[in-house]
Design a protein around this ligand. Structure first.
Ligand code: CDT
Length: 346
C-alpha cells in the first residue's frame, strides 16, 4: 500500500557573526513558506540554524559563549514563536537544529522534531559525535572546529519515533487486522546531527527500529586541512568537491544500507565572506539515489514526494536484518572505541 508524504530540505546560506537571530528567523520563515507552498508536510532545517557556525571561533566561557545558545525549553522561545505558529497554522512538521543551554547550564548541539498534528515537540536529540578539537590549532590561519570545547556529547539515545498526521490511512494501535503491521503505521523517523551522519553505528541503531526516514542538519566546512587531513595539496575548488563527495557518499550509503529515505539540510556558503561551507542539501531514496538536491550555496528549498513503501524492498530482501545479520560477530562494535591492530609479525 503506498504511504506517500512530501518532504523538504530548507538550506540556509551564509549567516555572519553580525547577523541577528531575528533576521535569520525571517529567512527561515521565507523558506518555510516556499516549502509549504510546494506541498511540504515536513521540513528539515540545518544544524545550529540560528547563528553563524560559531564553533570555528574561540570564545570565553560565560556570556560571550552563551549568547550563541538558546536557554531553557526551546518550545517556549519567543524567537521561534513565529515558526511554531506558521507550522501549527499550515500543518507542517519540522526538524530544527540549535545550540541548547539547559536550565542546569549544560551546553549541547541539539535538534528537535515538531509535530503539527500534536502541536508540540515530540522528539529531541543531542549530537553524539562531536568533531574537531578542544584547543584551537597553533597555526594562525587554521580553520578550527571547537565542538569538543563548547558542547557535551549527547545523552539522548537514538530513539526512533513515529510522527502522526503525515500519511493518510496509517495503521493505528488497536486497528490491527490479520497479518503483519510492519510498514503500515505512521512514518518511523530518526534524527542525527552533522558529523553523526558519517558513523554507520547510529544509522544501524535507528535501522534496527525500522526507521524509514532519517532527518539531518549539518554545517560542513569545505576548507579545513587540519581536520580533513588530505595527503595531496588541493585547490579550494578541489577541496569543496572532495568534501561534497564524502557528504553524499555517507548519506547515500547509509540510506541504502538501512533501506530508508533521508533528508539533509545544510548551513551553506561563506559566512563573513570567507568561511566556506558546502551546500548539497538533498533527499535520498532507500536505494541510495538522490531524488532532489540544492543547486546553490544560498537559501534554497528542495521538495519531493516520497513513498515509504519503497523502503520495503531493501528491508525485506538484501537488508532483511532478521534473516541476515550475524550479531555473534559484531561484539567489538559496542565493546571497543579505538583501534587495536593485530600483533606485529615476527
Ligand atoms: N558540524 C560538523 O559536525 N561538521 C563536521 C566537520 C568535520 S571536521 C571539518 C562534519 O562532519 O561535516
Amino acid at each position: 500500500m503506498p504511504r506517500i508524504l512530501t518532504v523538504a530540505a530548507a538550506q540556509v546560506g551564509p549567516v555572519h557573526l553580525t547577523s541577528s537571530k531575528e533576521e535569520t528567523v525571517e529567512r527561515l520563515l521565507a523558506l518555510f513558506n516556499t516549502a509549504a507552498s510546494q506541498g511540504a508536510q515536513l521540513i528539515v532545517y540545518p544544524e545550529l540554524t540560528l547563528t553563524t557556525f560559531f564553533p570555528r571561533h574561540l570564545f570565553q566561557n560565560g556570556d560571550e559563549l552563551d549568547k550563541w545558545f538558546e536557554k531553557g525549553d526551546i518550545s517556549e522561545s519567543p524567537l521561534l514563536k513565529p515558526l511554531f505558529e506558521a507550522a501549527a497554522e499550515k500543518k507542517v512538521d519540522f526538524y530544527f537544529g540549535y545550540a541548547e543551554l539547559t536550565v542546569d547550564s549544560k551546553h549541547y548541539n541539539s535538534s528537535f522534531y515538531y509535530s503539527a498534528e500534536l502541536g508540540k515537540i515530540i522528539s529531541r536529540y543531542r549530537k553524539v559525535h562531536l568533531p574537531g578539537t578542544f584547543e584551537p590549532f597553533a597555526k594562525a590561519d587554521a580553520v578550527n572546529q571547537l565542538e569538543k570545547r563548547y558542547f557535551l556529547p549527547g545523552d539522548i539515545p537514538f530513539d526512533a519515533f513515529r510522527a502522526p498526521g503525515l500519511i493518510k490511512g496509517a495503521l493505528k494501535k488497536g486497528q490491527e487486522a490479520t497479518g503483519s503491521t510492519i510498514g503500515k503505521g505512521d512514518p518511523i523517523l530518526g534524527q542525527l546531527i552533522c558529523n553523526d551522519r558519517r558513523w554507520p553505528e547510529p544509522w544501524r541503531v535507528y535501522g534496527l527500529q525500522g526507521m524509514e526516514l532519517m532527518l539531518i542538519g549539518y554545517n560542513t566546512t569545505s576548507h579545513s586541512p587540519e581536520l580533513w587531513g588530505s595527503k595531496k595539496p588541493m585547490t579550494l575548488d578541489e577541496e569543496y568537491k572532495e568534501v561534497m563527495f564524502h557528504h553524499k557518499l555517507v548519506m547515500q550509503a547509509n540510506s541504502y544500507g538501512n533501506s530508508c529515505f533521508s533528508v539533509c539540510a545544510a548551513r551553506a556558503g561563506a559566512d563573513d565572506g570567507k568561511w566556506g561551507m558546502i551546500g548539497g542539501s538533498c533527499i535520498i531514496d532507500p536505494q541510495g539515489h538522490i531524488v532532489a538536491e540544492t543547486k546553490t550555496d544560498d537559501d534554497e528549498v528542495v521538495v519531493a514526494a516520497i513513498d515509504l513503501e519503497d523502503c520495503r524492498q531493501g528491508k525485506e530482501k538484501i537488508f532483511d536484518f532478521d534473516r541476515h545479520r550475524r550479531t555473534e560477530h559484531y561484539g567489538l562494535i559496542s565493546e571497543q572505541t579505538g583501534v587495536k591492530e593485530p600483533e606485529l609479525l615476527e
